[in-house]
Design a binder for this molecule. Structure first.
Ligand code: SAH
Length: 221
């Protein structure tokens, strides 16, 4: 391992453990999720100048007006998606710098992730290459259309807010599958985590926490 990964100073095991303790205090109880988030060096996903804040429970800028998601939100979303089952074949929309992709890939063997900003995707690739992960496929694409060639998905996790459910994503949800997305306007407030589960009869919707995500934007750049 390079010294960048070995965990020195602010990026030490103790600092990481504090983040995990914080997640527990906030109610995260899934040991698999907590373990994986302890293992993954979040500091390699942010710029060096921000590395000392990498284990704070906060979103941080990653350039291009985007952010690395707050650890609690990553943990909360994956905990809701995994509850009582396995993630199975998973699609992430909005890979950003690849942090959540890494968490998913350490929990599940088949992970696909889409990102609309090519430069960010390049960074995600570089970051993920530093970790030993299972099968992750990253693609430069507009996540509104999902990934038909790899569908159906047991899990779809959307990391950007939209005012309505993208129909293509719903269509790519497997029987018994779960999709979790922030629904609502991208202006401050107003977004809610929304779970959609496909069962024998149709799709069941459950609303969870109020959240604040960057907007799901159409097209690629
Ligand atoms: N999963 C990231 C969060 C990144 S922020 C993490 O672990 O921190 C959300 C990301 O969604 C941004 O990088 C943004 O560019 C991307 N995004 C927004 N709209 C998108 C779309 N239609 N398709 C794919 N990615 C999109």
């Amino acid at each position: 391992m390079s010294s960048n990964l070995s965990g020195i100073g602010m990026t030490s095991q103790r600092t990481r453990m504090r983040m995990i303790e914080r997640l527990r205090e906030l109610g995260i109880a899934d040991e698999a999720v907590l373990n994986v988030m302890y293992e993954i060096p979040r500091h390699i996903f942010v710029e060096e100048a921000l590395a000392s804040r990498a284990y704070d429970d906060t979103a941080l800028p990653i350039g291009f007006q985007q952010t690395i998601s707050q650890p609690y939100v990553v943990a909360r979303m994956i905990e809701l998606l995994i509850k009582g089952r396995e993630l199975g074949t998973t699609l992430e929309v909005g890979a950003g710098c690849g942090y959540q992709t890494a968490v998913l890939a350490m929990l599940e063997r088949q992970v696909f992730a889409l990102e609309r900003i090519d430069a960010l995707l390049g960074r995600a690739r570089k970051n993920l290459a530093q970790l030993r992960l299972g099968y992750v496929r990253l693609k430069h694409a507009d996540g509104n259309f999902g990934l038909p060639e790899a569908a159906p998905f047991d899990t779809i996790i959307v990391a950007a807010a939209s005012s309505s459910v993208p129909q293509a994503l719903l269509e790519q949800l497997a029987p018994g599958g779960r999709m979790l997305l922030p629904l609502g306007p991208s202006a401050v407030g107003g977004q809610t985590l929304c779970m959609l589960e496909r069962n024998d009869v149709g799709v069941v919707e459950t609303r969870y926490d109020a959240v604040r995500f960057v907007p799901l934007v159409a097209g690629v750049e």
